[in-house]
Ligand binder design. Structure first.
Ligand code: ADP
Length: 712
């Protein structure tokens, strides 16, 4: 077993991180019942007096005390927060109302009433600008994000967290920024993007270190322990987990101790240190059971059972699994039940009772299948919606943001001119009349101040819009990648099962059945191409890919061999006019992709004639300019720039197949080395695509024109 940590059910790790996140946001403090009583007395007193502001504050204080005590009191805390919110709203005291609604949301979240919690947090966000502290909104976004995480909607979680992060950054709120990075790390963690999760957790930890808030540092250490384990860096993982345990013990923080122990247990199993691992798991289970975190305790019970199985102690394993099964059924957690059945099957296998093992395996498979089907269906639904709207939404949003930004700039410029005119006018008046000097000066100053304020707030807005643009770009890119990457797996399943269906049952289908099957296979094939293209597109945006000097001749040789079959089918000829091609500083796969896209378009968009595609490269003032020329259908003048836009196609799928992503990807690739791409063409006259490469090195060889593929 290479890594037991990796076999921890995914949900266990999620829960682990989720609980930590909650802690990062709000650290519980102890309260005494006498405090509750005295606050209740104060409320009764204030109600008689009719002092509303104090009443709001006291309800808030009482809510906080109740929500910090123990889980049963969350309901009561909600009651007081809601009263505080109602009084504050009646009084039009929006900042206090927002605080009360926010805290009510937090308490709802703690009782796992996510729907109600979301309602509350959205209410905070919907307060009009200027009515409440923007940071309150940022914190609400963070909470919404955490809920979407818990519900498994990572896309929404990411989007909401980004909204929060923008505000935190503009307001330079370090704790908010730290929490946001932590949250983003967790989203990546769920998405199995461990490298990215690590990066975000490290950012969060740096900020938490600087702020020196020990509970938050604990959360970061624990998260870093988890992510290192996923990256199979067991030593680092153990180190972080031990440090988190030490800190939790210093803080006498029970939940923290329990989680750290569970994770150290997993580390120790990978080191085959079973005796120590057993002790750590047992302590974790005991602590979690004590404070009622049954879900997580089940996770540790399954893990300890796995340990016993590895150790050859099937009876011990059985005992823990049976216990865990009772709790999992009580919680109605099918995910946990599925894990338990799987391990029970292994136990009975080890106990030489194959019939019972078979029974549990069947249960495991049936639950797993139903979980999988639900997940696949949901993902399919999501993917469909995503693809339907992606094209329009992406472009419209980008356009809208660009336009807004332009409009804002324009507005500012006009205001600056007005401001200048007004100021000059006021100044002129001042000199001309030179009377009531003080009066005038005051007026001018006031005017100036107002205009300056206006300018500042506009500048703030622009700053925020800029940030939003920047982040939404990254955000889109990341999600395009994650979504297309994750969608490939279910698609592969659909593909292989429809192939199977076709192979085994097509004889028993009638004509209509076979036709439907054909449509499915065809649609799946297209979706696969689309996903691959989107993946290529998002990869092409990455600035982090390693580059070296690459021999273009080698790459062209690969292009030719990759396309050889199509060249032959289409009776196409590929001519390389300049054999003395330079070395280009690029990423090999990207360069290959660029040239292959251009050459295959040159063949694809053919007219009556057999395609001829010519590749050339000429030195320019600044590096080299490559060209890919074809004798195909050409492109009309008004479309010369449009073809590089994402999803832009000039033809229907029936005329020419494609996704409209290839040239957008080419543009991105060229942009990574600071080059340019453009096309010269006339309808019916073929097209020549050019791209420039600033960073080249020459090589010594030289030869004349070389012909690669024969005319068929
Ligand atoms: P796809 O080929 O998948 O449709 P691309 O992004 O590669 O997508 O190209 C976008 C559009 O530009 C194509 O649909 C086509 O209309 C036009 N186009 C691209 N290359 C050529 C070419 N060599 N000749 C004529 N039209 C072209």
């Amino acid at each position: 077993m290479s890594s037991v940590f990796l076999t921890i059910p995914r949900a266990e790790s999620m829960r682990f991180i989720y609980v930590l996140f909650v802690l990062l946001v709000q650290i519980p403090t102890q309260a005494s019942s006498s405090k509750v009583d005295s606050l209740l007395n104060a409320i009764a007193h204030l109600q008689k007096q009719g002092s509303n502001q104090l009443l709001i504050e006291t309800h808030l204080k009482l809510g906080k005390v109740l929500s910090s005590k123990s889980e049963e009191k969350y309901e009561q805390s909600i009651h007081h927060y809601d009263i505080a919110a109602k009084i504050a709203l009646d009084e039009e005291n929006y900042p206090s109302a927002a605080t009360a609604i926010f805290l009510s949301g937090v308490s709802h979240k703690r009782t796992n009433n996510f729907q109600k919690a979301l309602e509350k947090f959205y209410q905070v966000i919907e307060f009009e600008e200027g009515m409440i502290d923007p940071l309150e909104k940022a914190r609400a976004y963070t909470q919404i994000s955490a809920i979407y995480q818990a519900l498994g909607n990572y896309e929404k979680a990411f989007e909401q967290q980004m909204q929060g992060l923008i505000i935190f950054e503009v307001k330079e709120d370090s704790l908010g920024i730290a929490n946001s990075h932590y949250n983003i790390g967790t989203i990546f963690f769920y998405q199995l993007q461990y490298e990215k999760a690590l990066e975000s957790y490290q950012k969060a930890k740096e900020l938490c270190d600087a702020l020196n808030i020990e509970y938050n540092i604990y959360s970061c250490l624990a998260a870093l322990g988890a992510v290192h384990a996923k990256l199979e860096l067991q030593e680092e993982s153990l180190d972080y987990n031990l440090r988190s345990l030490e800190l939790a013990e210093k803080l006498n923080y029970k939940t923290g101790i329990a989680y750290a122990k569970g994770n150290i247990g997993s580390n120790l199993v990978t080191q085959k240190n079973y005796i120590k691992a057993e002790a750590f798991y047992k302590e974790a289970i005991q602590l979690k059971t004590e404070f009622g975190d049954t879900y997580s305790a089940i996770g540790n019970k399954v893990e300890i059972a796995q340990l016993y199985l590895e150790w050859g102690k099937a009876k011990e394993a059985k005992r823990y699994l049976e216990e865990a099964l009772i709790s999992a059924k009580e919680l109605d957690s099918r995910g946990r039940q599925s894990d338990i059945y799987k391990n029970l099957a292994l136990v009975y296998d080890q106990l030489n009772q194959p019939l019972i093992a078979y029974k549990y395996n069947k249960r495991y498979v049936s639950i797993k299948d139903s979980l999988l089907n639900e997940k696949t269906l949901e993902e399919m639904g999501q993917s469909k919606r995503r693809f339907d709207v992606q094209k329009s939404e992406h472009e419209i949003q980008m356009l809208k943001k660009g336009n807004e930004l332009l409009a804002k700039n324009e507005e500012i410029r006009t205001q600056q001119i007005y401001l200048f005119a007004i100021t000059s006018f006021a100044f002129l008046m001042f000199i001309l009349w030179n009377r009531n000097k003080l009066n005038y000066q005051n007026k001018v100053n006031k005017l100036l101040e107002e205009k300056n304020q206006l300018l500042n707030s506009k500048n703030d807005e622009i700053h925020i819009k800029n940030k939003q643009l920047e982040l939404s770009n990254e955000d889109l890119q990341q999600f395009a990648y994650v979504a297309s990457h994750d969608l490939k797996e279910p698609l592969r399943m659909i593909n292989s099962y429809t192939q199977l269906l076709k192979r085994r049952y097509s004889a028993s289908f009638d004509d209509a059945g076979n036709e439907f099957m054909h449509y499915i296979v065809d649609a799946v094939g297209r979706m696969e191409i689309l996903l691959n293209d989107i993946l290529d597109f998002s990869r092409a945006g990455s600035q982090n890919l390693p580059t070296t000097f690459i021999d273009t001749n080698d790459v062209l040789f690969m292009v030719e061999s990759n396309l050889r079959h199509r060249l032959e089918m289409l009776k196409a000829t590929l001519i390389i006019k300049n054999k003395n091609l330079p070395l280009i500083k690029a990423h090999r796969t990207q360069l290959l992709q660029l040239l292959q896209n251009l050459v295959s378009n040159g063949m694809k968009f053919k007219g009556e004639r057999d395609p001829i595609v010519e590749i050339d490269a000429q030195p320019s003032a600044n590096g080299y300019v490559f060209s890919v020329k074809d004798n195909g259908i050409g492109i009309s003048k008004e479309n010369l720039e449009k073809v590089f836009e994402m999803f832009r196609r000039l033809h229907t799928r029936e005329e020419y197949e494609g996704t409209g992503i290839g040239l957008a990807t080419c543009k991105r690739i060229v942009a990574t080395w600071g080059g340019d791409i453009w096309v010269e063409s006339e309808e019916g006259q073929g097209s020549t695509f050019f791209f420039s490469v600033p960073n080249v090195a020459l090589q010594p060889s030289h030869s004349s024109e070389m012909e690669i593929a024969p005319v068929g």
